[in-house]
Design a protein around this ligand. Structure first.
Ligand code: GLY
Length: 381
C-alpha cells in the first residue's frame, strides 16, 4: 500500500460511501441511538441511556465538517444529553465520552453558548467522582457504593479531556488537578512494567492504599484486554497534549510498543491478547481503530513517523478486512466485540469502532477536526 493511494481511496471512495450510509442511517434511526450490531447489517438501537450514545453524536459532528446537512441532526440530539444530566440517567465516569462528543463538539464547531454550558455541567458532574484520597476518578456506581468506591479503569483516560477543557474554559484549577492526578494514578497502577495494562484497579477509597487489579471486560485479571490497551495508547498522548508533561509520552510509547508487538496487525486483533489457546479469539476491530487514532497522536507529539506508518497500516488492514461494503449495511466496521465475558456484541459492529475509524480516516485525509485536543478554536466552521 502506498500512502498516497490509500489517501486517495479514503477521499474518493471511503468517505463518500460513509457519508451516504450515515445520511441513510439518520432517516432510519429517528431519535434512537445505535449501540452494537445485530450480527448482520443492522445496529441495535437504544434511547440515550449508556456510554455508546455519545459515539453516534460524535460521528455526526465529525461528518458535519464534511456535510452541512448533518450538523442540524447532531444539534437536535443535544436536548437528550441535557435530559440525561437532569434525570441522572446512568451517569458515571463515561460523562467524559458523553459530553466531549456531544456538547463540547457542538460548541467547538458552532460556538453555541448553550452547548458550552451543557459541556461544563457534564464536566462538573464528572469532577464529583474524583476521590482525593486515592487521586482517581471512580468508574462506576454511586459515590458511596462500597463495592465500587475504590475502582478506577483504563477506559477513563478518555474522560480526562472534558476536565482539562473545563479548566481552560473556567480557569478552575480543580479540574486540571483531578485530571492529571488521575492520569498519574493510572500510570502507577494500571500500567504494568512491560507496557501492558490492567483493565481495572482498586484502591482503598479512604486511605488510597493499593488493593489490587481486577478485570471486567478482559479474559482474566492478569490478561491483556485489547480495547483496554487501545484506550491507553489513545489516552496517554492526549494527556501529554493537555499538560505538556513528557512522562505521559513515555507511557504512551510503552503502551503503543506493547500493542504493536503483541497484536497481529495484519488481521483484526483478538479481544484479549493473552487468551489461553482453547478460548474463542473473537475479533475486536474497535481496538485496532482506537489504537490507530492513538498512534496518529503519538506521531504528531514525537515527530516519529513510524507511528503514522503503523496507524496507516492498521487502518488499511481494517478497510480490507472489516469495512462493510454491503450496499444496505448500517455499520462501518464489522468484527468488533463489545463485551466478550458477558457475551453480547460479539464479532459485530460497535458504534465506538465506527467513530474512531472515521475519526482516523478524516485525519489521514487532512481534516483537522479533533474533539479531544486543547485547541478549541481551530475547528470552528
Ligand atoms: N468503556 C467501555 C468499553 O470500552 O467497552
Amino acid at each position: 500500500m502506498s500512502t498516497l493511494s490509500f489517501q486517495d481511496t479514503i477521499i474518493n471512495t471511503i468517505l463518500p460511501q460513509i457519508t451516504t450510509r450515515i445520511e441513510r442511517n439518520i432517516q432510519q434511526y429517528g431519535n434512537q441511538f445505535p449501540s452494537y450490531g445485530d450480527g448482520n447489517r443492522k445496529y441495535n438501537l437504544t434511547a440515550n441511556e449508556n456510554w455508546l450514545a455519545s459515539f453516534w453524536s460524535g460521528l455526526l459532528w465529525l461528518l458535519c465538517t464534511q456535510d452541512d446537512r448533518v450538523c442540524e441532526t447532531a444539534l437536535k440530539l443535544l436536548p437528550s444529553f441535557e435530559e440525561r444530566l437532569d434525570k441522572k440517567i446512568r451517569l458515571n465516569h463515561d460523562l467524559g465520552f458523553i459530553f466531549t462528543l456531544s456538547a463540547r463538539a457542538a460548541y467547538q464547531l458552532t460556538g453555541d453558548a448553550a452547548a458550552r454550558q451543557l459541556a461544563l455541567r457534564g464536566a462538573d458532574v464528572l469532577y464529583q467522582r474524583y476521590n482525593p484520597a486515592g487521586q482517581y476518578i471512580q468508574a462506576w456506581g454511586e459515590i458511596d457504593d462500597p463495592a465500587q468506591a475504590g475502582r478506577f479503569i483504563i477506559d477513563c483516560m478518555m474522560n480526562l479531556p472534558l476536565l482539562f477543557w473545563a479548566h481552560t474554559e473556567t480557569g478552575e484549577q480543580k479540574y486540571y488537578d483531578a485530571a492529571i492526578n488521575h492520569a498519574r494514578t493510572s500510570q502507577q497502577y494500571l500500567l504494568r512494567e512491560d507496557g501492558s495494562s490492567y483493565h481495572t484497579y482498586y484502591l482503598n477509597p479512604e486511605t488510597g492504599e493499593a488493593i489490587g487489579a481486577k478485570t471486567h471486560q478482559g479474559y482474566a485479571d492478569d490478561s491483556l484486554w485489547s480495547r483496554g490497551q487501545a484506550w491507553a495508547v489513545y489516552g496517554f498522548p492526549m494527556v501529554a497534549e493537555w499538560t505538556g508533561e513528557s512522562e505521559f509520552i513515555d507511557t504512551a510509547k510503552k503502551a503503543a510498543g506493547r500493542y504493536l508487538h503483541d497484536a497481529p496487525l495484519t488481521d483484526v486483533v483478538p479481544w484479549d491478547l493473552r487468551l489461553p489457546q482453547n478460548e474463542p479469539a473473537y475479533p475486536d476491530s474497535s481496538a485496532d481503530a482506537i489504537t490507530a487514532g492513538g498512534l496518529l497522536r503519538l506521531a504528531d507529539l514525537t515527530g516519529d513517523t513510524s507511528y503514522r506508518h503503523h496507524a496507516e497500516s492498521l487502518l488499511h488492514m481494517l478497510y480490507k478486512q472489516a469495512f462493510d461494503t454491503r450496499e444496505d449495511a448500517q455499520g462501518l466496521l464489522r468484527h468488533g466485540t463489545q463485551h466478550a465475558p458477558h457475551g453480547y456484541g460479539i464479532d459485530t459492529y460497535t458504534i465506538f469502532g465506527d467513530y474512531f475509524f472515521l475519526e482516523a480516516l478524516l485525519k489521514l485525509a487532512g481534516n483537522t477536526v479533533d474533539f479531544w485536543s486543547p485547541d478549541i478554536k481551530k475547528d470552528t466552521k
